[in-house]
Design a protein around this ligand. Structure first.
Ligand code: TRP
Ligand code: SF4
Length: 339
């Protein structure tokens, strides 16, 4: 079996996933997506394509693009830092492949408006995002652009979180409709659900850059320790000798992901009996978390010392992706009788 993604002959089914360039990534991104990407890479069962969804970023953040390139650089540096290996996977930037936009346009011809208006993320975001105007053509088309991303690589699987499943479902419907009109061009992709353990931010809400409650992969040990020290715990533990319930505590969620089993068991026991205090418990968690982050940060350092290497990885990956995208578009234009 071909291991090098650059080689021409490969019989492995392809997986494809994108991420909007939000800048430096946090622990939520690590457990929610990146660890899964790395696991899939190492299993070697699939040919992996991962890309920076910068056009998707513009659907909501069109008004100020001044940080866009920095955010792309920081995010991809984190991808490499966690162990995505450009010799095994293909990493690229969406906007460098106008083929995605062309396919998006052609798919828009056959996609009923109602399909897009019904997408749950669309309805939710229209209600929730108040600080920007997203009553735009581009935002409505967000999931259709995603469908184009997926179909242009004829991906078999799309590793995503629960919230993205309706987008993959829409992709399947659009593929079916296109194939009905123009003949069998696109296989129907399937979501590959990421089993993601819950990871809340320091304030107990979902970890998110915009909530200012995130611990970043690139946070130095002292910053991590300080953020952990400030985390909310079980509110029942007001005093040191109040027993607690680790099941409701965000610190314990982190233990379950980053600490060895013996520590998890101990905290699970001693929190309930108030044998361990929150200060000690947090100190333990911070040190195990820092041990997990140390190798990520030393790999990151190599790329920070040579930023051009990150852009080179994206150049190389983009030309690999381009070969596939161009081949599909040649087939699509022919099917639609545009040649
Ligand atoms: N919508 C995805 C997210 O917010 C990002 C994305 C864009 C994507 N295109 C994709 C994911 C294609 C998987 C496949 O997470
Ligand atoms: Fe949370 Fe640990 Fe305190 Fe228990 S001891 S409430 S798990 S921080």
């Amino acid at each position: 079996m071909a291991v090098n993604a650059g080689s021409k002959v490969t019989s492995r089914p392809r997986i494809l996933s994108g991420m909007r360039p939000t800048g430096k990534l946090h622990l939520g991104n690590l457990v929610g997506a990146l660890q899964n990407w790395v696991r899939l890479q190492d299993e070697g069962k699939y040919e992996s394509f991962h890309f920076v969804a910068d056009w998707h970023m513009l659907t909501t953040d069109y008004a100020d693009t001044s940080d866009l390139q920095t955010h792309i650089y920081e995010m991809v540096t984190d991808w490499l830092a966690v162990g995505l290996d450009p010799l095994k996977v293909t990493l690229f930037v969406q906007s460098r492949l106008p083929e995605h936009a062309e396919l998006h346009l052609l798919l828009s011809m056959v996609t009923p408006l109602g399909w897009l208006e019904r997408v749950p993320t669309y309805k939710e975001q229209l209600e929730n995002i108040k600080d920007r105007d997203i009553h735009t053509y581009g935002f409505l088309g967000y999931p259709l652009l995603q469908a184009a991303d997926i179909l242009i690589y004829k991906a078999a699987y799309v590793p995503v979180g629960e919230d993205q499943v309706p987008h993959v479902e829409l992709t399947r419907e659009v593929a079916r409709r296109f194939n009905q009109f123009y003949g069998q061009v696109f296989p129907e992709p399937q979501a590959l659900l990421t089993p993601s353990p819950r990871l809340r931010g320091t304030d107990g809400r979902k970890m998110s850059k915009s909530y200012n409650n995130a611990i970043y992969l690139s946070d130095p040990p002292e910053v991590v320790s300080k953020k952990v020290a400030g985390m909310v715990t079980d509110p029942a533990r007001k005093r040191r000798y109040d027993p607690g319930n680790p099941d409701v505590c965000p610190v314990f969620d982190h233990h379950k992901i980053f600490s060895p089993q013996s520590v998890i068991d101990r905290v699970n026991r001693e929190c309930r009996t108030a044998e361990i205090g929150c200060v000690e418990c947090k100190g333990l968690m911070a040190s195990h978390l820092n041990a997990v982050l140390a190798p990520i940060q030393s790999r990151r350092k190599l790329y920070e010392d040579n930023p051009q290497a990150v852009w080179d990885v994206l150049d190389e990956g983009t030309s690999r992706a381009r070969r596939v995208a161009q081949a599909t578009m040649a087939e699509v234009r022919k099917a639609v009788k545009l040649v």
